[in-house]
Every structure is written in C-alpha cells, then in structure tokens.
Write a protein that binds this ligand. Structure first.
Ligand code: SAM
Ligand code: SF4
Length: 473
C-alpha cells in the first residue's frame, strides 16, 4: 500500500540551528589576516573548522579571499589527489504534494507534465545510461504517496539487476523526501549508497516563505531531523545540501557546517557529501533574485566549505555552466554528474534537453559524458567510477573519502585506474581513449613498485583483453 511517511521524529530530535546566533557570528566577524591565516593552516592540517572559524573565513576580504582560493586548491591537489567521481541523475517521477516556490514540480504548477517511469521505462533509461558508460546513479523523486519506501526500494533493486554488455550500475544513491524509520530500513536493505536530503535553506523565516506550512515539506524540523532518522535506522551514508539563492549564502554555509558538525558529534560520522546547488530558472518560477549568488561568491562558498569540512565529499552538479564547473572543480570538488538529463525519460526520448514543462529546472551543462571525461583528463584529473568502499562495507566511521594519503594509494588510485580503463575500453571515443591511456600510463609511473602494482597492471590487461570487469581493491 502506498503512503506518505509516518511523521514521528527521531529519538531526540532537536532544532540545532539558531538563526540569531549564526547571524550574530556573521555580523561580528572581521577580515583579520592573522586569524584567517591561522584558520587556513588548521584546515590544511585536515582539521574540521568550527562554525565560528568558518564565519571568520567568510568575512575575509581582498587578497585574503585569494589565499582562501589557493588553500582550497592546495587541499584538493596535495591532500585529496586528482580523482573526480562521475555519476548521473535519474529522475523517476515528478508528482509532488509539496509546493516549494523554487521548483517546477510544485503542485501548483499545473503546466508541468506529470509522469512516473514505468518499470520497462526505468529499464530503458538505465540501459541508455549503461551504454554511455555510467556506473553510479542518483535517483530523484518528488514527494508523493506513489513514491513510498517500497516503490523506491523496488526501483533500486530493479536497477541493480539491469546489465547490458559490460554495463552495470554499481551504486544507486537517492535524493527524495525524508522518510520514517521503517522507510530508511527498506531502502538500506535494497542496497542504496547515499541518502541525500537538502535542507534548501537553514534560515527559518525563509524556509517558511518557500514551503507553505500546510505541506509536508513545510515542517522544518521534520526535514532537519530527516538524516537523524536515517542514522538511527542504520543508514550511515548521508548527504546534506542547501539550495543557494533563497537566503544569504554566508548564512547557508554556516548552516551546512553546523549540520555537518552536529551529525559528526551525535553519530560519530559526518555527512558523506555536501551539495551546493544554485537556483536555476524553472517553469513558472519567479523568485526575488535578491539572494541569488554570483559566480565570485559561488567560488567563495565552495572554497570555504572545502576548508571547513576537510573529510567530506563535495558535489558540483550540471546546474552550472561548463566553464565555471571547470574552474570550481579545482577548489576541492570530489564528484560531478555528467551527460545528465533531468527531464523524465530524457536519456532516450528528449532530443531537446531544455523543455521547460518537462524539467524541474534547466541545466547549465548538457555535454555528453565522453566530452566531460576528455576535458577532465586534459585538465589532469582522473575520472573514477569507483564503488569499492561502499561495496566492501567501508562506510560511515570506517570510511574517509580522501583523507588518508596511504588509503588513496592503496585503494582509490588503483580503483580509479581500473574503472577508467573499463570506460576507455568499453565506451570512450577514439579521441578520449587516446588521452585516457596516456593519463593511465602517467599515473602508473607515479605508483611505487609493489605487489599491488603488479596485480593492478595484471588487472588492467585483463580488462583490455577479456570480458572481466568490476575488479576492485
Ligand atoms: N522532492 C525531494 C525533495 O524535495 O527533497 C527531492 C528533491 S528535488 C527533486 C532535488 C533538489 O533540487 C531539491 O532538493 C532542490 O534543492 C533542487 N531544486 C529545486 N528547484 C530548483 C531550481 N529551480 N534550481 C536549482 N535547484 C533546484
Ligand atoms: Fe516537490 Fe522536491 Fe520540488 Fe519541493 S523540491 S516541489 S518537494 S520535487
């Protein structure tokens, strides 16, 4: 039976966002070079920053901002390596009981074409994604009784079972409405990776303006508590995010850092990822642009987040234009989507990816995966489709996406190289394959001789010459 979640909060749900305290921190922070440099040094030492220290970075002006940019680049390059994990969104259904003012799926948008993928349509979309070379998906749903935990869990299981040629989806993440305890258990049992919930805005008054109180999403605490319930149901791999453009971007950065520290404190594990979507044009949406974030401030917020949460993966989506993505990537982004389509059925049907009535919002980067992979390689990144940690149970407190250099050498780099070799062998254009094979050789040259390197070389040969796939450390 389909039903919306039972709205029982977690064991000790608490609203840990104090608007006045965060606002005061921002108002009191001064651009102080000595302090900012001390904080940057702490971050380069991979220590998470406090909310107050983050506010001090946000107050920095002039040349100090350049130092923050440089530090974020340094942290990314020297500490976290050059891998970028690639994924694609799959929009499963856009029916929605909510009325979020910024979103084209809101129930009052009667012009939206409502659709939910049928089982065979899910298969077709997934086959198209596999044929392009994708291995990691995020499923996106509106909030609706049709999209209950059973439906989401069944969709996840179906997707894992679909295999075309050498293709398979090895990790399915979810972006959907907050669930109740039983719901999270069901989707965990279906084998999901990360469960993402964006608070949208941490500012209570703005939250109330954007989400009418008579809707499910109108309950701020139900949403803020959403990932607590996930943890309590045993799901320790969660993603947070804010939709930038609804309220002061600096406040939202402090909200994200507060949320991250809260989860770390309460459950011993911070969020696996932070997302920072920026408002995009959407059908029928006409928001006051007073809080829209310009490119310079967007770069500042990404660099500041990088420094504030050194252990957390950061996701930059195709909402942004290619040139800006390229620049912002260097500030410590760890995951991007590529070849994305967000209209329902868009991987097989659309042709025109910018049909407003069918989309939640418009995308800034609709280049094919192959082109994005080639650009990444040309810029010195190693595209990765690695899913080893989650499949070997290296999640939650046992899992640090980037932080330990020895860990990167032992697991991340070899797994990135074998998934990249799979992509180059099975899906890449000749041009991308040529650039990619050079990059793989260069990375291998950097790896010291060891038994593991021998094994890796052997595996890469097997991938190139045989049907063996999905080999990971
Ligand atoms: N319905 C679920 C929910 O609200 O949690 C799933 C999320 S929604 C389909 C995915 C995310 O897209 C939202 O959480 C929001 O941050 C973002 N979004 C909505 N409208 C947007 C817009 N006009 N521009 C950019 N991002 C938008
Ligand atoms: Fe529905 Fe999510 Fe869009 Fe809000 S953001 S209208 S809940 S799909």
């Amino acid at each position: 039976m389909c039903a919306l979640a039972d709205m029982t909060l977690s064991g000790s749900a608490v609203d840990f966002i104090d608007d006045a305290a965060l606002t005061d921190l921002l108002a009191e922070a001064r651009s102080d070079p000595v302090r900012v440099r001390e904080i940057i040094a702490k971050s380069l030492d991979k220590q998470p920053l406090s909310v107050e220290e983050t506010a001090a970075l946000l107050a920095a002006g002039g040349v100090l901002v350049e130092e923050i940019f440089d530090a974020a680049r340094e942290l990314k390059r020297k500490v976290y390596g050059n891998r970028i994990v690639l994924f694609a969104p799959l929009y499963v259904g856009n029916r929605c009981v909510n009325d979020c003012r910024y979103c084209a799926f809101r129930r009052s948008n009667t012009g939206a074409i409502r659709r939910t993928l049928e089982n065979d349509e899910v298969s077709q979309q997934v086959e198209a994604l596999e044929n392009a070379g994708h291995k990691r998906l995020i499923l996106v749903f509106g909030e609706h009784p049709d999209y209950d935990a059973d439906f989401i869990a069944d969709t996840v299981k179906r997707i894992y079972s679909i295999k075309v040629g050498h293709g398979s989806i090895r990790r399915v993440n979810i972006n959907a409405a907050p669930m109740d305890y039983d719901g999270y258990r069901k989707v965990k049992d279906a084998g999901i990776g990360t469960y993402q919930i964006f608070q949208e805005t941490y500012h209570h008054e703005t939250y109330a303006k954007m989400h009418p109180v008579n809707t499910r999403k109108g309950d701020y605490l139900w949403r803020l508590d959403g990932l607590n319930r996930a943890f309590e149901a045993g799901l320790d791999d969660v993603g947070i995010g804010a939709l930038f453009g609804l309220y002061d971007w600096r406040f939202e950065v402090l909200g994200l850092v507060s949320h991250s520290l809260y989860l770390q404190d309460r459950y011993g594990v911070g969020p696996h990822t932070i997302s920072f979507p920026r408002m995009r044009p959407a059908a029928g949406v006409d928001l006051d642009d007073g809080y829209f974030v310009n490119d310079y401030d967007f770069k500042r917020l990404v660099a500041t987040l990088r420094l504030a949460v050194p252990y957390t993966g950061m996701i930059l989506t195709a909402r942004e234009e290619p040139a800006l993505r390229r620049e912002v990537m260097a500030f410590g982004v760890s995951q991007i989507d590529a070849g994305s389509r967000i209209e329902i059925g868009g991987y097989t049907e659309a042709g025109d990816a910018q049909v407003m009535e069918r989309e939640q919002f418009t995308l800034g980067d609709i280049r094919p995966l192959d082109e994005v992979v080639r650009e990444l390689l040309t810029d010195g990144y190693i595209p990765s489709w690695c899913t080893a940690c989650y499949r070997l149970g290296r999640t939650g407190e046992h899992f640090m996406e980037f932080a330990v250099p020895g860990f990167i050498k032992r697991y991340c780099t070899p797994n990135a190289l074998s998934t990249l070799t799979e992509y180059l062998t099975d899906y890449a254009s000749d041009e991308t394959r040529a650039v990619g094979e050079n990059a793989v050789r260069a990375e291998l040259d950097e790896l010291p001789d060891s038994q593991q390197k021998k094994e890796l070389l052997n595996r890469l040969e097997r991938i190139r010459k045989t049907d063996e796939r999905d080999l990971y450390f």
